[in-house]
Design a protein around this ligand. Structure first.
Ligand SMILES: [Zn+2]
Length: 188
């Protein structure tokens, strides 16, 4: 059932729309891809649709378009994947490269989670339920990643940077993931 996405040898998902971000660099150890990090994002916060998330990840966000953008438009950030409200999948960085999504963080006594993780952003917020189509895409995507890399665990951004981050937030239904991937570690 969960096999319709696959990752190719260059680290890209066959079903993703690819919009390359310049915000990445080399992983210190390409063979250590052991963690999936789940996030939520919406720009402006709580507003869905449009291209603002894409613009942020490609350094094109116009600070004049919204007051909130002035504080973030200079950030150099990215994620490997974004799952939109419709369930459509966008990929910004090859899984083999290091995307810049986690910031200062630690998991399983290792710091700098960007080094060894794959970041998945769900278009959403801490205040809204996610869409069923997003869970379906996320389940397929995780299955494809687990098939391809030595993933040991799945964490929320709030698990690996608890003093700074709250995403994916209280509406994220962990059971929809845990029930399918029972062998993975979910605690930090
Ligand atoms: Zn996050």
């Amino acid at each position: 059932m969960l096999t319709s996405i696959s990752i190719d040898s260059s680290g890209f998902a066959n079903k993703a729309e690819v919009i390359l971000s310049p915000n990445f660099d080399n992983r210190p150890n390409k063979s250590n891809i052991s963690l999936i990090v789940i996030h939520n994002i919406s720009l402006p916060p709580g507003i869905y649709g449009g291209d603002n998330i894409i613009d942020l990840f490609t350094n094109k966000l116009n600070p004049d378009n919204h007051e909130y953008f002035k504080s973030i438009s200079n950030l150099k950030v990215s994620s490997h994947f974004l799952i939109r409200r419709s369930g459509s999948l966008i990929q910004f960085v090859s899984c083999l490269d290091r995307a810049w999504h986690a910031g200062e963080s630690s998991w399983n006594q290792e710091n700098n989670c960007n080094d060894f993780s794959i970041g998945i952003e769900l278009e959403g917020s801490d205040y809204d339920a996610f869409e069923p189509e997003q869970y379906r895409c996320l389940q397929e995507l995780i299955q494809s990643i687990v098939n391809h890399y030595p993933i040991q665990g799945i964490a929320g951004h709030s698990d690996i940077a608890p003093s700074r981050k709250t995403d994916p937030g209280p509406f994220f239904e962990w059971d929809k993931i845990k029930s399918l991937f029972q062998d993975l570690i979910y605690k930090n």
